[in-house]
Ligand binder design. Structure first.
Ligand code: AHN
Ligand code: ZN
Length: 328
């Protein structure tokens, strides 16, 4: 029999030995070895330079000299990173009754894969400065509006060529997004006057039976202190993609750019991609609830130049996209 005095003694011995003995080996169930995914580092300097090159051509208005030269440069640039580059051409008529041949520029990575994501931007710039107080009838440089999305996507193409993502990617640069009919144009109202390149591509994708799991459109992603919100068309068609992208952004510390707030609907290329070809697509677009236009004060003015481009914003968007793509 062990009396109470002895049992206390034994208890103390056990406690003491527990305290002094070597730390016991943790018994843990064997885990799957976690493969750390290496996500490349976005280079905002290179994205910035790609915007500069576009702006140096001048305003990229359909059929202009600058537009032609920029198209050649974009095609050549993508060919440095993938052999699968297509320039899709189509006849189009703008609201002012002019006839043009638009060019959508498409770069594909791992075209044989079925698991694909599409990345979009528009590469044209607006033919007028209808929100400026001066020279409203001359075209704008569109460093942010047009140039920034393209600059980020070229840098992504460079990254894909260095390290192939697991999924297939298509980068699609739409033409004639920004040739929309202004107020008081004097021409009869034309429906669907914006986004001519994306309307054409959505009806005639570059590949038969083309499909992607989801799409991400970049529009005005280079402005200083830009904020991006959950735009309403994106929310309706692709709220899971919004969640995925915004969560990645905040985990990377870009929560000051990617705000978890809803925003009004914006008619942009993603509208036609969602409604015509049915690829769930979001728009990452600068949105300021406090301004009249909901964009920044340079929007559709001659101040949309390189002074308006901030590498920190390019980095927030570019690094977030790399994180999304390389963790798929
Ligand atoms: C309209 O203003 C109709 N849509 C905004 C889409 C846009 C214009 N993005 C760039 N420029
Ligand atoms: Zn525009």
């Amino acid at each position: 029999m062990i009396d109470s005095k002895h049992s206390l003694f034994i208890f103390c011995i056990i406690i003491l030995s527990a305290c002094t003995s070597e730390p016991q080996q943790k018994k843990s169930t064997p885990k799957k070895p976690k493969v750390k995914i290496e996500v490349p580092v976005f280079n905002a300097d290179s994205a910035y330079q790609y915007i500069q090159t576009q702006v140096d051509f001048g305003p990229r208005v359909i059929s202009s000299k600058a537009w032609k030269n920029c198209a050649i440069w974009l095609e050549k640039k993508f060919l440095q990173y993938t052999p699968n580059v297509q320039v899709q051409e189509a006849a189009t008529t703008t609201y002012d009754g002019k006839h043009h041949t638009l060019k959508n520029i498409i770069a594909s990575f791992s075209p044989e894969k079925n698991n694909r994501v599409a990345l979009f931007a528009h590469w044209d710039s607006r033919h007028i400065a209808d929100h400026d107080t001066e020279n409203q009838n001359s075209p704008i440089l569109g460093a942010n509006d047009g140039g920034s999305g393209v600059g980020v996507l070229i840098e992504l193409a460079r990254q894909f060529s260095k390290k192939n993502p697991k999924i297939g990617i298509d980068i699609i640069l739409f033409d004639a997004e920004d040739y929309g009919q202004p107020e008081d144009s004097g021409f009869p109202i034309m429906q669907d006057s914006w986004c001519l390149g994306s309307q054409y591509w959505s009806k005639n994708p570059h590949k038969q039976n083309y499909f992607a799991r989801y799409g991400i459109l970049l529009d005005m992603v280079g402005g200083k202190n830009a904020t991006f919100r959950h735009e309403d068309i994106s929310r309706y068609f692709a709220s899971n993609v919004l969640q995925k992208v915004w969560r990645k952004a905040s985990r990377l510390g870009f929560g000051n750019y990617f705000i978890f707030e809803n925003a009004k609907q914006i008619l942009d290329d993603h509208y036609y991609v969602n409604t015509i070809i049915g690829i769930p697509t979001i728009d990452i677009i600068e949105y300021d609830p406090a301004t009249e236009t909901n964009f920044n004060q340079h929007w559709h003015t001659h101040n949309d130049d390189m002074d308006n481009i901030d590498k920190n914003t390019l980095n927030a968007v570019g690094q977030t996209l790399l994180e999304v793509i390389y963790t798929e």
